[in-house]
Design a protein around this ligand. Structure first.
Ligand SMILES: [Zn+2]
Length: 232
């Protein structure tokens, strides 16, 4: 069970008495919670030692459709040390030919998006669905990757596209997750000269939740080495 604590008990809470987790709400409005320890940041204390890790592995989480940044402090850290630079997502890799839908290729492609955490393929290395799923830890200050060309040994490089599951509100102008389109510098500094028709990003980057294939997760540590595709 989670409890809200104020700053005065923060050091005590972080001294090993209970398992802390810091959370930042990437929402435009202020959050009216007394236990705020920074800008829209709260400290959550869990009675269950395993709860913070469980929450981290089941993310991403959102509040009012905005991303919740999570940070698990180390034993010698305080809430001031919390950073909210990364979030983990299940990313769908679309447009791969069936014979290229392997965990080796998923691993290599996922590594181009961020830090690979898991691959969702069958134990024998095949993907049985319409796409491959990879869980990747992504830098939220960087634009979401919409797709890329990969060299699979075909005559021409192949364009593969990405869709992100449980994707929170993000900026359709610059593609980052830490603000929405109304707060984007590209928009505010344009003086209204930009048109929404010109937005390089859109809701199409969000995976349709009603059409998810059955998970068949294999952890990346279990992936054997093989010859990867080249990304030009
Ligand atoms: Zn932006």
């Amino acid at each position: 069970m989670a409890q809200w604590h104020n700053k005065t008990c923060l050091r005590k809470c972080l001294s090993g008495v209970a398992e802390p987790l810091c959370a930042r709400l990437f929402t435009k409005g202020r959050v009216n919670v007394e236990a705020l320890v920074g800008s829209n940041t709260v400290l959550i204390i869990f009675d269950d030692d395993a709860a913070p890790m469980k929450i981290l592995t089941q993310g991403p989480w959102s509040f009012d459709k905005y991303l919740i940044g999570l940070y698990k402090p180390k034993d010698d850290e305080s809430a001031d040390d919390a950073t909210f630079l990364h979030a983990s997502f299940w990313v769908q890799i679309h447009n791969l030919p069936f014979r290229r839908m392997t965990r080796e290729n998923a691993q290599v492609i996922g590594n181009t998006l961020g830090t690979m955490e898991q691959v969702d393929v069958s134990a024998n290395g095949e993907c049985r669905g319409h796409y491959i799923r990879v869980r990747v830890r992504i830098d939220i200050d960087q634009p979401l990757c919409r797709g890329r060309f990969v060299n699979m040994g075909e005559t021409e490089p192949l364009w593969i596209s990405f869709q992100y599951e449980r994707l929170a509100i993000f900026c359709y102008w610059c593609g980052t997750l830490n603000h929405d389109e109304k707060d984007c510098k590209l928009w505010t500094e344009s003086g209204g000269t930009l048109s929404k028709d010109e937005q390089p990003y859109g809701a199409w980057l969000r995976a349709a939740t009603g059409n998810l294939q059955q998970p068949q997760v294999v952890h990346s540590s279990a992936i054997p080495h093989s010859t990867p595709p080249r990304t030009p």
